[in-house]
Design a protein around this ligand. Structure first.
Ligand SMILES: *Cc1c(COP(=O)(O)O)cnc(C)c1O
Length: 386
């Protein structure tokens, strides 16, 4: 079935048709616990941390969309990522992309390193470099493609093959693409994580995380962690996430089309020093991305001449809202230096090419002419220094 159809009909959640009323929108099971008819033989749900029908509906939907065996919903993208990392043990080692989301970088370098899980960060555009970082203690490879905020591209089939060769778990954060544009399990990945706060939820009204495992056994282990660690997604937020996911295809297609117009336009502006977008033929990962994804997505990063110009530009914008986050129906401009990558020491940021003149635009559903006019006037002010 086509993914656009699957989004409308993600399949039987096992419970949404039980009451026989035929709700088209899934019911919100706002309950902490479930009355049991038999003290010895409990029903399909007993306590909402362990399982809830509304959460199960979103979990089944993301598993089907990603083509995995098991989907699990968490209180945030970071809760999903941290719970996946709890699959490993002190003494284990992870090879990760050096361009990981700032919060994941923080989790690995503070919380999990203190706990004894070590990470080596590598330029994941270079699969040879990834393979050189593998040690006898390595248990997993963890990447994002395109990465945040520089939109670097990793060859996912090559990473999956490398993981297979060494018996490692291949993990990817698919937040920027969603299954609408990229399905890593089909490329050989074992675990896909999402901040559903972004494109999947899509309306800047919910914080949520999802994880999908390719195989049932890993799904079982992750479900045990979800239940034990307890960072679950509540029924209301599960419902909002499901509600957002239904329009994912039309939203992301429209946002991507606008981004594909804005990226070359920005690249042609004299005030713009550099544009990072995998849909531009000059992008170093252009060919690899085209091979492994169905489109370049709706996030465009760009740099002005310097931090002062970026500062004027951000204050002059009226349409894109200046905010942490991305993937909403409204355009959102983020400043990695003080937002997503504030947790990264300035020296590390500079070394990774995340300059103080870099901004990340998540393109929303506004019209192209309106966005161009607003970005244009802000660029003129930034160049004039006013
Ligand atoms: C936002 C984000 C996260 C973290 O998700 P939260 O829902 O904010 O916890 C992880 N990865 C990527 C790529 C993100 O953009």
């Amino acid at each position: 079935m086509d993914l656009t159809t699957l989004l409308m009909h993600p399949g039987p959640s096992g419970t949404d048709r039980q009451d026989g009323f035929g709700d088209l929108a899934p019911p919100i099971h706002q309950t902490s616990t479930f009355a049991q008819a038999d003290p010895h033989c409990l029903g399909p749900f007993d306590y909402s941390r362990s399982g809830n029908p509304t959460r199960q509906a979103v979990e089944a939907a993301i598993a089907r969309l990603e083509g995995g065996e098991r989907g699990l919903a968490f209180a945030s993208g970071m809760a999903a990522i941290s719970s996946v990392l709890l699959l490993f043990s002190p003494g284990d080692h992870i090879v990760a992309s050096r361009d990981l989301y700032g919060g994941a970088y923080r989790a690995l370098t503070t919380l999990f390193s203190r706990w004894g899980l070590d990470t080596t960060f590598v330029d994941a555009t270079d699969v040879v470099a990834l393979s050189r970082a593998v040690t006898p203690r390595t248990r997993a490879i963890y990447v994002e493609s395109p990465s945040n905020p520089l939109l670097t591209v990793t060859d996912l089939a090559a990473v999956a093959a490398l993981a297979k060769e060494h018996g490692l778990v291949a993990i990817i954060d698919n937040t920027f693409m969603t299954p609408f544009l990229q399905r890593p399990i089909a490329l050989g990945f074992d675990i896909v994580v999402h901040s559903a706060t972004k494109f999947l939820g899509g309306h800047s009204d919910v914080v949520a995380g999802l994880a999908v495992t390719a195989d049932a056994a890993t799904g079982q282990r992750l479900q045990a962690i979800q239940n034990t660690f307890g960072a679950v997604l509540g029924p209301q937020d599960s419902w909002l996430t499901l509600r957002g996911m239904r329009t994912l295809a039309v939203r992301l297609a429209a946002e991507q089309a606008t981004a594909q117009t804005l990226a070359p336009w920005l690249a042609g502006r004299p005030e713009v020093a550099r544009v990072h977008y995998p849909g531009l033929p000059g992008h170093p990962g252009y060919a690899v991305h085209r091979r492994q994804a169905d489109g370049p997505g709706a996030v465009v990063s760009f740099e002005l001449q310097d931090a002062a110009a970026a500062d004027i530009f951000m204050r002059a914008l009226t349409l894109p809202r200046l905010a942490v986050s991305l993937g909403g129906v409204e355009s959102i401009l983020s400043y990695p230096a003080t937002m997503s990558h504030a947790a990264m020491p300035p020296a590390v940021r500079a070394e990774r090419g995340i300059s103080d003149a870099l901004m990340r635009l998540s393109v929303g559903l506004e019209s192209v002419p309106d966005l161009m006019e607003d970005l244009g006037q802000a660029l003129v002010k930034a160049a004039a220094g006013i």
